[in-house]
Write a protein that binds this ligand. Structure first.
Ligand code: 5GP
Length: 192
């Protein structure tokens, strides 16, 4: 998606350790109009998949998932929680994910009430690097007996390989910007 690539070039900063910082419009301040365009792009790509639910992971996935839902007939958006809480009562599916940015493991939890057999799920997340976060969401869907109909990603770092592995396994991954290389010295970003 051209608008997203342009925005990354304009406002993104390349940090050491293969981290792209896009706080200006995605991970801290939110550009709702851009989110809306992203939702429209995913709706076009996943048209005909009869999505019944969007599943994402807190926190940065929530905004883009909610905007996307407006383009999928206002289907419910469920966000997996990263910490146990007293608000999470009763039965839940839980798995563990290794965080690329925080470099530690954390739990990923969803209540059985909100993810069910028969759900046709679109997974949405802000970034795709090695694919660990998505593997966690896929595991939750498998545990629930829900089918993963597609994966919508804002920014994929193609050089980290997580997206291509998922595509090889048959998942329909639609990343709106795929970074092929980025250089923390010069700040230069190349897209696929
Ligand atoms: P993965 O699990 O695919 O290795 O990494 C994806 C998750 O890590 C995303 O949910 C995102 O929160 C975070 N992440 C990975 N790489 C980056 C990055 O370069 N920039 C930002 N802002 N988040 C990232």
């Amino acid at each position: 998606m051209k608008e997203l690539e342009e925005r990354i070039r304009q406002d993104g900063t390349v940090k050491p350790g293969n981290v792209l910082k896009v706080d200006a419009f995605l991970n801290h301040q939110c550009d709702v109009s851009l989110f809306d365009q992203m939702g429209a792009a995913w709706a076009e790509h996943f048209a005909g998949k009869r999505i019944t639910k969007i599943l994402t992971i807190e926190a940065s996935g929530i905004g883009i998932a909610c905007m996307a839902a407006r383009h999928f007939g206002n289907v419910p958006v469920v966000f997996a929680k990263k910490a146990q809480s007293i608000n999470l009562d009763g039965d839940q599916y839980t798995t563990t994910v290794y965080s690329f940015t925080k470099q530690k493991e954390f739990p990923v939890i969803v209540s059985k009430k909100y993810l069910e057999a028969g759900d046709r799920v679109l997974l949405i997340d802000d970034f795709l690097a090695n694919g660990k976060a998505l593997r966690g969401l896929i595991a939750l869907c498998e545990a629930a007996g829900a089918s993963v109909e597609g994966i919508g990603i804002a920014v994929e770092k193609g050089f980290q390989g997580g997206g291509d592995k998922l595509r090889e396994e048959g998942y329909d991954v639609d990343s709106l910007a795929i970074v092929e290389s980025m250089d923390p010295e010069t700040g230069r970003i190349e897209f696929r």
